[in-house]
Design a protein around this ligand. Structure first.
Ligand code: ADP
Length: 470
């Protein structure tokens, strides 16, 4: 640092002002000049007061501790421009520097940096107040102008400084009061918001708790209902199996006896012959129902174990065609069996699959007056096979399309074509769907009244894994 060379002798082009503190009134002058310099370089009112107060304290302490100081104001820029004030001790020889350091400590809070340099450096206090972000360092020409202006201004007396200090104090007090009022208001708002948030939180958590309780209760009820449903379904299956099993023997005997009577030696009146035939037909119908029921009960109880093997669909189709043509076809309905081209052999149970398809084809023929019944197959996505039975028959109304898979359900008014007496049992489709599920697949229907129906059996190509009995 340049040594003091007397007023108006400047060592550095960025130096703004230099002063000496030798007596009490110099402290006032430094304070006042400090504020002026801070104002003129562009620091705001608050910063001006901070710089002035810091300087006044530093000046006072140095006057007491080191017999005075030379104070130099300049501008520095170490990346962030700042006003720097250095106060160099006049006579540090007898000073208690530790004491000085502790007395300076509270002053440091007023500025960005305050350092007390001690021997071997010259003893001096350096204060830095940085310019607010965005404020640029003053150009050199402007520094020279400021320096000239400061030098030409006559320093005010201690009373003027005291008045200015009072004025600043009042302004600062007012500002502090305003900030306190604002803080109080903000606190009030915050408290209110907090109360609102807490109330909302409380309401939400109690609603959530209530909803949770409801959901838990609902699940418990649901579990109970499913258990009841399972039990009911098992009981029904048991009943069907037992009842049909018990019925089969007497019904078979009735059929046997009726046939015996019909072919017996004794003369029969035409009426008697007709009645015996009626008994035979009814008992045969009954036996069909009993057999169907027994099949269904077996499928439902999971007692049917598929025998998995590699099956070529073409063979299943050929066998079906043979069986169905054996039943005698009506001339105005064509049975078309497409070659399952491109469908690789699948892992399935051929007997069960044949039963499903026979059921569907028989139904299709039963409910088709003219046109065609077509059996075809495609392979989808390389891992699923879809076998379709499509007819041009009476169709099934939309709202009945799920019901036909319920036991004993038959579409009201839908009579099998050309077989006025044959009503069926309403057990074929539920059974077919059960078997499709056992084979790891499913059975679905698409239909339009008057246009026909398509039943599709979807099967996995490879997995022989059987799905749970639903
Ligand atoms: P069933 O044929 O012994 O009556 P199903 O369970 O096989 O019993 O069929 C149930 C009902 O579904 C039939 O009675 C009939 O009303 C309807 N249905 C089945 N297949 C067809 C079809 N291809 N076209 C029209 N209706 C059908």
């Amino acid at each position: 640092m340049s040594p003091y060379r007397g007023p108006g002798v400047l060592a550095d082009p960025d130096e703004l002002l230099r002063m000496r503190i030798r007596a009490e009134h110099d402290v006032f002058a430094v304070r006042q000049r400090g504020r002026e310099v801070a104002a003129v370089v562009g620091l705001d009112r608050q910063d001006q007061v901070r710089v002035a107060t810091a300087l006044s304290e530093v000046g006072r302490l140095m006057l007491m501790g080191t017999g005075g100081a030379t104070v130099i104001f300049d501008l520095v820029d170490d990346g962030a421009p700042a006003l720097r004030v250095r106060a160099e001790a006049t006579d540090p020889s007898g000073a208690d520097l530790d004491d000085l350091a502790s007395l300076m400590a509270p002053v440091a809070r007023l500025v960005d940096e305050l350092t007390l340099q001690t021997p071997p450096d010259p003893v001096r206090v350096v204060i830095l107040r940085r310019f607010p972000p965005g404020m640029r360092r003053l150009p050199r020409g402007r520094v020279a102008e400021i320096r000239a202006a400061l030098e030409s201004r006559a320093p005010a007396g201690p009373l003027d400084e005291l008045a200015a200090q009072n004025e600043q104090l009042l302004a600062t007090l007012e500002q502090v009061q305003q900030q306190r009022d604002e803080l109080l208001r903000l606190n009030g708002e915050l408290e209110e918001t907090n109360r609102g948030v807490m109330a909302l939180y409380g309401q939400l958590s109690s609603e959530l708790e209530e909803t949770n309780r409801g959901v838990v209760a609902l699940y418990a009820e649901l579990d109970e209902r499913s258990a009841q449903l399972r039990e009911a379904s098992e009981a029904k299956t048991r009943f069907l199996a037992n009842a049909s099993h018990e019925l089969r023997a007497p019904v078979t005997s009735i059929i046997g006896l009726a046939r015996l009577l019909g072919t017996g030696d004794g003369p029969l009146t035409p009426d008697q012959a007709e009645q015996i035939e009626l008994i035979d037909n009814s008992a045969t119908d009954l036996l069909r129902v009993v057999n169907d029921l027994l099949d269904l009960a077996k499928a439902e109880s999971g007692r049917i174990e598929p025998q998995w093997e590699k099956v070529a669909l073409a063979e299943v189709f050929a066998q079906l065609r043979a069986v169905i043509s054996g039943l005698g076809q009506r001339p105005d309905v064509d049975l078309v069996v497409d070659d399952p081209v491109g469908v690789p052999p699948l892992l399935t149970d051929p007997v069960l699959l044949t039963q499903v398809l026979r059921n569907l084809v028989t139904n299709a023929l039963k409910f088709t007056e003219h046109g065609a019944v077509r059996l075809s197959a495609t392979c989808r996505d390389g891992d699923r096979v879809t076998v379709s039975v499509q007819d041009t028959g009476i169709g099934i109304p939309e709202d009945q399309q799920q019901r036909i898979f319920e036991e004993f359900y038959q579409v009201p008014g839908a009579r099998p074509v050309g077989q006025p007496g044959a009503r069926g049992t309403g057990l074929g489709l539920p059974y077919a769907r059960r078997l499709a599920l056992l084979l790891g697949g499913d059975l679905r229907v698409r239909s339009r009244v008057g246009q026909g129906s398509t039943f599709t059996v979807e099967l996995p190509l490879r997995t022989g894994s059987r799905q749970g009995v639903r």
